[in-house]
Design a protein. Structure first.
Lengths: 219, 290
């Protein structure tokens, strides 16, 4: 199976302040929900990690928040452009859950549409910092949506198998409420496949590579 | 010959990438385990990247007991990168190695303790082992050719050129250093002309074989290092964006050689000192006197 390919961009679509980047799938495997791909933004030295958001037939789609030079370059791609994509990488969510509840904060919604598909549209809670950002909830129609200052952790999460992705403070809060939760973490990554040791996070008192051990970890 | 640059590939996590190389170079091993620096440890800049990994490694004992035997299973020639904080520490690690090439990392910008001079460390290691010893030098040396002559006199068998240079990146919004350690080692395309100059100067100063590295991303880049005097090339930062780089660069090298009418990589070695391609009678200006 080929793991890195130059793929053609099929479309870029605005979703609130984010951009949905749709590329042809080529020979790549979409992988498991929660796994990620390294996308090489034109003009940048390093690739950027992106969760798979959707996997329509023949396509891979990524939801991107333009927060810096790499993500801005990805959002500026146009249909017909080519981009190198490497993946799927890392460990995704464990889908053997009885009462799934998806929890997303901000751009942390990115892996949830693909995850929801695999789990048969389970209930979901999404938190956003503004009404504009909350437009992204359209990608997960069944979700309850809260907007700052209401937090996802103000919703009832107990009694569910929580699968969450979002900013670090949200993940820590979710972990405190739901000890069995599966959490998708982020770290700056240069390679995504264990080569650079840049993505170190502390796991059980030791620095480990998030791209190898995660990005999904048990709370 | 194509290698990886130390610290830029884990052959145990990515054996398929390592198998595209002619030899695998380990991350630098120090006597004691080192957790490495706190995050953020990497930052991209316009023409390269900074890292402050800080020589994270399991330490000499665990490396010898676990990592090295597992690496041998790959069946690739191995180079072990050795680090330390005194000549004795380097020599003690060398003494315990067998059936590998040793690369002495004399130049990590991510650790503060200043070791003894490069020549002293090489001499101590030479006394401790009969294995091939490569000295990896910093391009930040005031006169790298002088360091090269010193390590040659101390018994080095080869040079690895170059390590990273110290650099700083500030966050776009906050103007705070991106790296937790503030500064880090600068690698990638920006380093390429610096690496070329180092290889060029050391080829003139010594007869030692040279592994050239620094910003190689294409076959042409590799060819230029060879023309400047390297006999092998190592890939670092490019492996992060393209794990298929070894195969691609090999293919590109073939094309480049063909375009220039050279029948092998060996034919390109040192051409930058010998009048270049097709201009062999042209007198070459030497570098500024040292
Ligand atoms: C496994 C994984 C999956 C991801 N999936 C997505 C996704 O689906 N969609 C998406 O938009 N983003 C995702 N990200 C985050 C995305 O990779 C980063 O936002 C991107 O690399 C930033 O690059 P940049 O050049 O645009 O900004 P930079 O210049 O690198 O960063 C801009 C600012 O953000 C901070 N920053 C950068 N990277 C991170 C990070 N990983 N965590 C926290 N702060 C950071 C920097 O310190 C800086 O202040 C994911 C990250 C990981 C590790
Ligand atoms: C993330 C990272 C880690 C590195 N770790 C080491 C190391 O442990 N020992 C060492 O000698 N050099 C280390 N280096 C330096 C490289 O081996 C190489 O000399 C340098 O990056 C220049 O090559 P490049 O521009 O192709 O990356 C590291 C470089 C990077 C980017
Ligand atoms: S991103 Fe390079 S080791 Fe994890």
């Amino acid at each position: 199976m080929q793991r890195r390919q130059l793929l053609e961009v099929e479309a870029t679509e605005p979703v609130g302040p984010y951009t949905l980047l749709r590329v042809e799938r080529g020979g790549l495997d979409p992988g498991r929900p929660g796994q990620f791909f390294m996308l090489s933004p034109p003009g940048r030295v390093l690739p950027r990690p992106m969760s798979l958001c959707l996997a329509p037939p023949g396509e891979l789609a990524f939801l991107i928040d333009p927060i810096g030079p790499g993500t801005r370059s990805l959002c500026e791609l146009e249909a017909g452009d080519e981009i190198a994509v490497f993946g799927p990488l890392g460990n995704g969510f464990d889908l053997r859950v009885e009462r799934p509840l998806l929890v997303g904060g901000g751009i942390g919604i990115a892996p949830l549409p693909y995850l929801a598909e695999a789990l048969g549209s389970p209930p979901a809670v999404l938190g956003f910092r503004s009404e504009e950002h909350a437009e992204a909830a359209a990608l997960l129609p069944q979700a309850d949506v809260v907007v700052d200052p209401t937090l996802v952790t103000d919703c009832c999460l107990e009694g569910f198998d929580v699968l969450a992705c979002g900013p670090e403070p949200m993940l820590h809060a979710v972990a405190a409420l739901c000890p069995g939760a599966q959490l998708a973490w982020e770290a700056p990554m240069a390679c995504g496949y264990g080569a650079c040791y840049g993505c170190a996070v502390e796991i059980d008192g030791e620095w480990k590579r998030l791209c190898v051990e995660g990005p999904v970890l048990a709370a | 010959m194509l290698l990886n640059a130390s610290g830029c590939l884990d052959a145990l996590t990515a054996p398929d990438v390592a198998r595209q190389l002619d030899a695998f170079v380990t991350k630098t091993v120090t006597p004691l385990p080192r957790p490495g620096n706190p995050p953020v440890r990497i930052a991209e800049t316009e023409a390269g990247m900074l890292n402050s990994i800080g020589l994270a490694n399991p330490g000499r004992d665990r490396f010898l007991a676990e990592t090295l035997p597992a690496l041998r299973e790959l069946g690739l020639p191995l180079w072990v990168s050795v680090g330390g904080f005194s000549a004795r520490e380097y020599a003690e690690t060398c003494e315990r190695l067998d059936e590998v090439t040793i690369e002495l990392n004399l130049s990590c910008p991510n650790v503060d303790e200043a070791p003894e001079s490069a020549g002293e460390i090489v001499a101590a290691c030479r006394a401790a082992t009969g294995l091939p010893l490569y000295a990896k030098l910093s391009p930040a040396a005031w006169d790298i050719a002088e360091v090269a002559r010193a390590v040659e006199a101390a018994g080095a068998d080869g040079l690895s050129l170059v390590n990273t240079m110290r650099g700083l990146a500030l966050d776009e919004r906050t103007l705070w250093p991106v790296l937790a350690t503030a500064t880090g080692g600068y690698s990638g395309p920006a380093l390429r002309p610096i690496a070329l100059a180092a290889v060029y100067a050391c080829r003139r100063a010594t007869a030692l074989p040279i592994v050239g590295m620094g910003g190689v991303t294409t076959g042409r880049d590799a060819l230029e290092l060879v023309a400047a005097g390297a006999s092998a090339v190592a890939l670092g930062t490019v492996l992060f964006s393209d794990p298929d780089a070894p195969g691609r660069i090999r293919a590109e090298l073939e094309t480049e050689l063909e375009l220039l009418g050279l029948d092998s990589l060996a034919a390109a070695e040192g051409l930058a000192h010998a009048g270049g391609v097709g201009l062999r009678s042209r007198p070459v200006a030497g570098p500024a006197p040292m």
